[in-house]
Design a protein around this ligand. Structure first.
Ligand code: FAD
Length: 326
C-alpha cells in the first residue's frame, strides 16, 4: 500500500493540522505493516524545517517554484495529483482545512479517485484505512467503503493528537520536475491576508466560544478574559458572526471551521446541529446556558445553567485564583 500526504505550508513552516495527519498516517502504515509513505510540501520552505517537523518513515518532496507563489487551485491540484500518481499512491490524505475544501475535489477528479471528506481514520482488521464520516451535519456517522483504486481523504482535526511514531526525521527531496507550467491564468482574483496576533482557532487546544446568548459585542470581553486566563482563544457561533460581534474567521460549525480543542467552553450557544458539526473532534465540552433544556447540554461533558454575565466572570476569577496558587 502506498500513502501520500499533503503537508500544508504557511509562513515557511508546516501547519499543525497537517503534521497531525502525517503522524496519523504513520500509525496507520505501522498497523498495515507494509506501507510506503510520501509527503509533499508546496512553497518556499527550508528542507531543514521540514525534516525538523516530520518524523517516521518515508520521503517528503518539496515543490518550490514561482508558479506556487500565489494559490492557484488548478496549478496546485495538478502538481499534487501528478506527484501522487508518480509515487503510485493509493490513499491520499489531507487535513480538512479551508484551502483543502477547494483543493481536494480537484485532486480526486484528476486521479479518478473517490473523495471521502471530513473523516476520522482508523485501520480495519486487515490494516486498510477505515474512514468514518459525519453526515447530516453530524447527526449520523457512516463508514465509507471506497470502490475506486485510489481514494482521497480529508481528515477532520481531533482533540487527541497523533503522537510522533519515531524520532528519526524523514528524508526530504526536491521535486522540481513536478512544478507545472503556469499559464498565468488564475480564477482567484485577489488574495487578502489577515495578520493577527491571535492563534487560529483551528489550532488551539482551548476555545471559549460565544453565541447569541452572549448578548452583544461588548460582552465578548468576558470571554476574551476567560480565554486569556486559560491560555486559549475565542470562537463564535454563526449567529454571533451574523450579528457582527465576531469576524467570520472565528466561526465554528458546518459553514465555519472544524475545531478539535482539548477543552471547548460554549457560552450562550444553543447547540444547533450545524454548530455541533464543527466540534465533533473536541475533547471536553463545557456548556454555559441559561436554558436548562438547551440542546448543547446533550453534547456537553459538563454543564452550568446560568447567564453568561453571572457564570463567566466567576469562572474567570476561579481560574486566575487557581493559577496564583500554582
Ligand atoms: C446551512 C446552514 C449552515 C449553518 N452553519 C452554521 C455554522 O457553521 N455554525 C453555527 O454556529 N451555526 C450555523 N448555522 C446556524 C445554526 O442553525 C444556528 O442558527 C446557530 O448555530 C445558532 O447560534 P446560537 O446558538 O449562537 O444562537 P441561538 O440558537 O439563538 O441560541 C442562543 C442561546 O443562548 C442562550 N442564552 C440567551 N441569553 C443567555 C444568557 N444571558 N446567558 C446564557 N445563555 C443565554 C439561549 O438559551 C440559547 O440557547 C447554520 C445553519 C444553516 C441552515
Amino acid at each position: 500500500m502506498t500513502y501520500f500526504v499533503l503537508l500544508e505550508q504557511r509562513n515557511a513552516t508546516l501547519s499543525e493540522v497537517s503534521l497531525d495527519v502525517w503522524n496519523a498516517v504513520q500509525h496507520l502504515a505501522a498497523d498495515a505493516g507494509c506501507a510506503e509513505i510520501y509527503g509533499v510540501v508546496i512553497g518556499d520552505i527550508d528542507d531543514g524545517v521540514v525534516s525538523s517537523l516530520c518524523y517516521g518513515n518515508g520521503q517528503v518532496y518539496v515543490l518550490r517554484d514561482k508558479a506556487f507563489d500565489r494559490y492557484a487551485p488548478s496549478v496546485y491540484a495538478q502538481a499534487i495529483a501528478e506527484l501522487a500518481a508518480e509515487t503510485g499512491a493509493e490513499h491520499v490524505f489531507l487535513a480538512a482545512t479551508a484551502r483543502v475544501r477547494d483543493l481536494a475535489p480537484r485532486i480526486a477528479m484528476r486521479l479518478g479517485a473517490a473523495l471521502v471528506s471530513d473523516c476520522a481514520l482508523k485501520a480495519d482488521d486487515q490494516g486498510f484505512p477505515k474512514a468514518t464520516t459525519a453526515l447530516y451535519a453530524g447527526s449520523v456517522r457512516a463508514v465509507a467503503h471506497v470502490r475506486t483504486e485510489i481514494a482521497v481523504y480529508t481528515l477532520g482535526a481531533q482533540a487527541n493528537r497523533s503522537a510522533r511514531i519515531s524520532s528519526s526525521p524523514v528524508e526530504v527531496r526536491n521535486a522540481d520536475a513536478f512544478c507545472p507550467e503556469f499559464s498565468g491564468w488564475n480564477p482567484l482574483l485577489e488574495e487578502v491576508r489577515y495578520f493577527t496576533a491571535r492563534r487560529d482557532i483551528s489550532e488551539s487546544d482551548i476555545i471559549v466560544a460565544g453565541g447569541r446568548g452572549v448578548g452583544g459585542r461588548d460582552n465578548f470581553v468576558l470571554l476574551e478574559s476567560l480565554a486569556e486566563a486559560l491560555g486559549g482563544v475565542v470562537g463564535a457561533s454563526r449567529s454571533a458572526v451574523d450579528e457582527g460581534w465576531r469576524p467570520h474567521a472565528d466561526q465554528i460549525g458546518q459553514t465555519g471551521k472544524s475545531v478539535a480543542p482539548k477543552l471547548y467552553i460554549a457560552c450562550g450557544i444553543s447547540g444547533a446541529v450545524q454548530h455541533l458539526a464543527g466540534i465533533s473532534g473536541a475533547g471536553i465540552v463545557v456548556a454555559i446556558n441559561r436554558d436548562r433544556e438547551a440542546p448543547i447540554f446533550s453534547a456537553a461533558d459538563y454543564g452550568v445553567v446560568g447567564t453568561i454575565e453571572e457564570v463567566v466572570p466567576r469562572l474567570d476569577s476561579a481560574v486566575r485564583s487557581f493559577q496564583r496558587l500554582k
